[in-house]
Design a binder for this molecule. Structure first.
Ligand code: NZQ
Ligand code: ZN
Length: 393
C-alpha cells in the first residue's frame, strides 16, 4: 500500500430538511456577509433559494445573490462573482446547486485575493495564497465537488476547460438533503451516477494491487451506484435510493477510494476536452470515452480488469482467460451505461461524426501541444490520446 495523506474536513449535514440549517452553519464557520451563488433555474423553481434565504435571515446573515451559473461553468461568471465580493465586502461563499455552482464558488474563492486574472490560476501561471471560505447546499450528486479539493472552469474564449485544486477548496460544510434531488431529470441523474462511478474507477484502475481495504470500499461504492442508480431512474422519489446515491457521490470523490493507490485520471482529462469543445454533460462524456480508454490501457494490468469484471460487474469469469474476463467486464460496463441512457461512443455523445480535425485539436489541447502526458496506468502521449478518441468514434 502506497503512503498517503487523507484530509476530508467538510462538515456534512445529511437528511430531510437539512437546508434549514444553512444559516446556522454559515454562522458556525464565521460567515457574516454571504454571496449566494446558484444556477439557471432549478433551485429557484423548487423554492430552495427562498428556503435558503429564510434560513440566512433567521440567522441574521446578510447576503447578496448571484444566479445564472451554467453547466461547464464559465470564467466570465467567476469574474463577475469576484467583482461582487470586492464591492459588497463578502466574507463567505454559499453555493446552492451542483458541481458547476460549487466550482464557480471555488474559483471566486481563489480569485478574490489573487492580484492577476483568475484564469491565470487555471493555466498554472500563478498561485493563489489566500482564499475565501465556502459551503454548499448540494442539489445533484455527481461531481463530488462538495468534498473535493478541485474546481473545473471553462473559458468560453477558445473553449478551454481547465482545473485548479487546493485543500482550501474543501467546503466548510455540505448540506445534503436527498429530497432536493427528486426533481432531477433522468438524464442528469444518470450523468451523475456515471461521474461518481468514474471517480472511483479512476483510482481503482491502477498498477497497484495491494490495497485490499481501499479496493473493497471502491467495489462496494460501484455496486451500490449501479443497483441504486437503476432504482432511482425507475422511482425518482425513492428517498432511500436517492440517499444512497447522494452519499456515494461524496465518498467517491473525497479521496477515500484513493488511499494507497495512484489515481489515473486520463479518462477525466480526455473528457474535459469533449465537454470543453462540445459543451456536453461531463458524465455523458465519460461514458462515451471510457470503453476506448479501457481497451487501450488494460494490457498494463489485465488481472485488475478481470477482478473488476467479477467483483463489480458480476460476470461469471470461470473458464475465461484473464483477457476474456477483462473484455467481458468492459462490455458489461458499457451495457450498464446503455441501460441508463448514457452514450458509449462519440457519435452518440455529440449527435454527429466527430471529425479528424476535432480529434487532433482535442489531443493537442489535452497534451498542451504535445508537452504533457496524462494517465498513470498507461502514460498517454498526444498520439495515444488521438488514438483513444478515434477508437471511440
Ligand atoms: O442550472 P440549473 O437550473 O440548476 O440546472 C442544473 C444543470 O442544468 C441541473 N440541476 C441541478 N440540480 C438539480 C437540477 N435540475 C433539477 N433538480 C435539481 N435538484 O443539473 C444540471 C447540471 O448541473 P451541474 O452542476 O453542471 O452538474 P454536475 O454536478 O454534474 O457538475 C458538472 C461540473 O462539475 C465538473 C464537471 O467538469 C462539470 O463542469 N467536475 C468537477 C469536479 C470537482 N470539482 O471535483 C470533479 C468532476 O470530475 C467534474 O469534472
Ligand atoms: Zn468527474
Amino acid at each position: 500500500m502506497k503512503d498517503f495523506k487523507y484530509y476530508a474536513p467538510t462538515w456534512v449535514e445529511f437528511g430531510r430538511n437539512a437546508e434549514e440549517k444553512v444559516g446556522a452553519l454559515v454562522k458556525r464557520f464565521g460567515g457574516t456577509r454571504v454571496l449566494l451563488h446558484y444556477g439557471g433555474q432549478s433551485a429557484v423553481r423548487s423554492g430552495l433559494i427562498d428556503r435558503v434565504e429564510n434560513s440566512l435571515k433567521e440567522a441574521g446573515i446578510a447576503y447578496v445573490k448571484l444566479g445564472g451559473v451554467v453547466p461547464n461553468p464559465r470564467v466570465s461568471m467567476v469574474r463577475r462573482g469576484i467583482a461582487l465580493c470586492k464591492q459588497e465586502n463578502i466574507d463567505f461563499l454559499l453555493a446552492v446547486g451542483g458541481g458547476s455552482v460549487i466550482d464557480s464558488c471555488k474559483a471566486i474563492s481563489a480569485g478574490r485575493y489573487y492580484q492577476g486574472d483568475v484564469w491565470d490560476l487555471y493555466l498554472r501561471r500563478g498561485e493563489a495564497t489566500r482564499f475565501m471560505p465556502l459551503g454548499c447546499v448540494l442539489t445533484i450528486p455527481a461531481a463530488g465537488s462538495e468534498m473535493s479539493d478541485g474546481s473545473v472552469i471553462t473559458n468560453e474564449e477558445g473553449n478551454l476547460k481547465k482545473d485548479y485544486g487546493s485543500d482550501e477548496f474543501r467546503c466548510k460544510f455540505a448540506v445534503m438533503n436527498p429530497e432536493l434531488t427528486y426533481t432531477l431529470p433522468a438524464w442528469q441523474t444518470a450523468c451523475g451516477v456515471t461521474d461518481m462511478m468514474m471517480h472511483t474507477m479512476e483510482r481503482y484502475f491502477s498498477k497497484d494491487d495491494d490495497m485490499e481495504v481501499t479496493d473493497a470500499v471502491a467495489e462496494a461504492i460501484l455496486r451500490t451506484c449501479m443497483t441504486e442508480g437503476r432504482k432511482v431512474l425507475d422511482h425518482p422519489t425513492d428517498y432511500n435510493s436517492r440517499a444512497q446515491i447522494m452519499w456515494a457521490g461524496s465518498l467517491a470523490h473525497n479521496d477515500l477510494t484513493g488511499c494507497g493507490t495512484s489515481g489515473d485520471w486520463a479518462t477525466h482529462c480526455l473528457e474535459h476536452e469533449l465537454s470543453g469543445m462540445f459543451d456536453v454533460s461531463h458524465g455523458a462524456g465519460l461514458a462515451a470515452i471510457w470503453g476506448s480508454w479501457a481497451r487501450y490501457t488494460r494490457g498494463e494490468n489485465m488481472s485488475r480488469f478481470a477482478r473488476f469484471a467479477h467483483n463489480v460487474m458480476g460476470v461469471d469469469t470461470s473458464g475465461m482467460s484473464t483477457e476474456e474476463a477483462a473484455e467481458a467486464g468492459i462490455q458489461a460496463m458499457e451495457r450498464f451505461y446503455t441501460s441508463i441512457g448514457m452514450p458509449t461512443n462519440l457519435h452518440d455523445l455529440v449527435g454527429r461524426d466527430v471529425t479528424d480535425a476535432e480529434i487532433e485539436e482535442m489531443a493537442d489541447k489535452c497534451s498542451d501541444g504535445d508537452t504533457k502526458t496524462v494517465g498513470v496506468l498507461r502514460v498517454l502521449h498526444r498520439a495515444d490520446m488521438a488514438a483513444i478518441y478515434r477508437n471511440a468514434r
